[in-house]
Design a protein around this ligand. Sequence first.
Ligand code: ATP
Ligand code: MG
Length: 314
Amino acid sequence: MERMSGYSKEDFLQLHLEQLFHPKDIPTLNKCIQDILDGRGTVDSFEITMINKAGHYVHTVVTVVPIYIDEKLEGFYLIFKDVTKAKMTEELLIQSEKLFAVGQLAASIVHEIRNPLTSLMGFLQLIEHSDGEKNEYLKILSDELMRIHSITNELLVLAKPQAKKTNRENIPSLLNDVMKLMDSQAIKVGIELVLYSEEKVPDIICDGQQLKQVFINLIKNGIEAMDEKPGKITIRVMRKDHHIIISFTDEGIGMTPEQIKKLGEPFFTTKQKGTGLGMLTTFKIIENHDGNIEIESEVGKGTTIHVILPIQSK
Ligand SMILES: Nc1ncnc2c1ncn2[C@@H]1O[C@H](COP(=O)(O)OP(=O)(O)OP(=O)(O)O)[C@@H](O)[C@H]1O
Ligand SMILES: [Mg+2]
């Protein structure tokens, strides 16, 4: 008990229940003790959250055992078992089950949406190219269809269990392709995309299309975080031992530690038009490449996202 709570024997003599346990658990504990004192108590066991001396929560299971001697209640034992680790594993499991469910859902949505979408886009192109009167709504229609198209693309990544890591690709040249694609969008809002790369970055075996998707997601988030204020998004590529590090630095609104923690949760977004799938897809793709993502962010200053990829992927 001393080890679990951090309190010494002497401390315990001075402690109130309210100091040692989470307020939500106090009524249960009180009722259990009262039942024993009233002679109705039997051996009982339930979950209770302890607050240790350092102020951290320790999840425990307590077993209460009344002590009767000659049928007279003499006291009771409280036996605590630390289940914090098991609890954390359980939460991780729930999280990964959720992700799996999202993947399954994604697969079925993508399957249902793709075909009608393709035919809609085809017909729209026909109308646009026909001689008839140009309709301003056509552009909106086409933009919105493109949006659905890109959402289904993201969902597709989540639905696919593994990336096709079959191509030998050069990271700086993948980045160059992506920057060409994003440049016009950035320039429109006064943002400059700058790439600094070490000279000889080795090629890696990867799924180039998927990595491009990651780079697009990160640059798009950077642009959106700068909220149409002019500035720079800097992309750096360097080699460190057996890894390539690609860092994206924006001068945007930044994130609080709570936001950083939520990053990558399905559907977490602070944007009116966001889907909250961008970072989830990004994490998933990098995980599929045996890589890692590290985040540095300061509210009001900006964010740097480091993508770390092994040079020799398994
Ligand atoms: N570079 C960044 N700077 C500040 N906040 C960020 C940055 N990147 C992500 N975020 C925050 O994380 C949230 C989730 O990002 P994510 O890319 O997953 O979804 P989204 O951008 O909102 O929507 P989507 O990418 O699907 O269009 C964003 O809404 C935003 O609040
Ligand atoms: Mg995004």
